[in-house]
Ligand binder design. Sequence first.
Ligand SMILES: Cc1cc2nc3c(=O)[nH]c(=O)nc-3n(C[C@H](O)[C@H](O)[C@H](O)COP(=O)(O)OP(=O)(O)OC[C@H]3O[C@@H](n4cnc5c(N)ncnc54)[C@H](O)[C@@H]3O)c2cc1C
Length: 426
Amino acid sequence: MPVDRAVRPAVSGSREPLGETMGSSHTGCLIAGAGPAGLMLGMLLARAGVATVVLEKHDDFLRDFRGDTVHASTLRLMGELGLEDAFRELAHQHIHELQVLTDDGTYTLADFRRLPGRFKHITFLPQSDFLTFLLDEANRFGTFRFLRNSEVVAVTTDRGRVNGLRYRDADGEEHEIHADLTVAADGRRSVVRESAGLESRVFGSALDILWFRLSKRESDPGGMVGRLSGSQLLVRIERQNHWQTALAVCKGGYEELRLQGLDRFRETVAALSPFLADRVHEVRTWDDVKVLDVQIDRLRQWWRPGLLCIGDAAHTMSPIMGVGINLAVQDAVAAANILAEPLRNGTLGDRHLRRVQRRRLPPTAVLQRMQRFLQTRFLEPWIRGEGRSSTPLLLRILKRLPPLQGVPARAMAIGPRPEHPVASLR
Ligand SMILES: Cc1cc2nc3c(=O)[nH]c(=O)nc-3n(C[C@H](O)[C@H](O)[C@H](O)COP(=O)(O)OP(=O)(O)OC[C@H]3O[C@@H](n4cnc5c(N)ncnc54)[C@H](O)[C@@H]3O)c2cc1C
């Protein structure tokens, strides 16, 4: 296996992102995955003067149906980092409430106008734009290096300690980079956590989500709306030029739908959202429908010597409540707060990695518990058609007591433990 000698420092100086130590490439922090967790951590560490390299298996960020939400706590973070004006220039939409339409009427599940602080909405921004924004910001620092088309295949170890990553470039050639700290931010199917032998608790899910895109017309009603009817749940999210649409099905339900045929699928969508009936034919083949295998899991230990897992690599989130991106960003901020200093002065130890897990486990466990509650008590029985034809009690209570609509809004947009960058990261 060739060692990556072709990779040369991007900048000269004492804090170059990639140097050579005894014939192998070496950096301070090596991050697998350029999603919200990996790029936010990379950007913050680079700002703090830590030599940082991010490896991303894809060439670009243009993947369809990633979550495109930027939450109130991330918006506040942008302000704290002095990036608010630049961020605001990106084309985006604001959503102020999450509504559910049942056969009895319209119910508000979350009212973001009730949030504390300046940001009383969720921002919708293509995730590729958000990631490009973070990458551009990170690239301003000579301490940062981004390697595209670099698919991590395994961790490397030295006497039981993780000391870097092995990755494959676009030509299929394998390379190694060693680091003081390796971070797994490679998402829900993390190769790094598996290769490091970290064990997870799998909570499972009986649901899958089918995502598809339909065009938007000026006369359409707007916003983010869940439609509950019969034993069906359809969510439609208004985007700049289209509707991002999701149909929840029981696990294995996709195969059943395919057997029934596309016409039946289109009829179901049209029955749930009649104004979409004139464009359901835009789903031309099953290739236009993406299946999301919903999962919830969490590592028992998020680290081992030399390695830390954050974001979905540490705790895969269900798309329910749309909290996964926020949690990934908050993990990155907490990790940077705790790790930047010891990485800079060479005192990083297991205790620092343990502290990151201790800090982020409680908010993660709370949100996963909420997701599991909503899934098992509410969504799964509904989708299985277990005799619930009237509007769920939760929605009726929220309608009767509107201030309570701020509770789910807060869980989604801010989360149980919002993080703030320490002064040295600002
Ligand atoms: C269809 C869908 C819709 C969702 N909608 C929402 C939403 O609206 N709001 C919300 O908050 N959350 C949503 N989520 C959840 C959210 O996307 C995740 O929780 C969040 O993206 C986690 O961020 P991350 O950085 O940890 O991982 P990811 O965003 O998964 O990023 C991981 C990165 O690592 C890269 N990678 C993977 N393997 C390797 C490898 N071997 N080598 C190198 N790079 C690798 C990937 O290409 C990717 O860029 C949704 C999830 C899905 C699947």
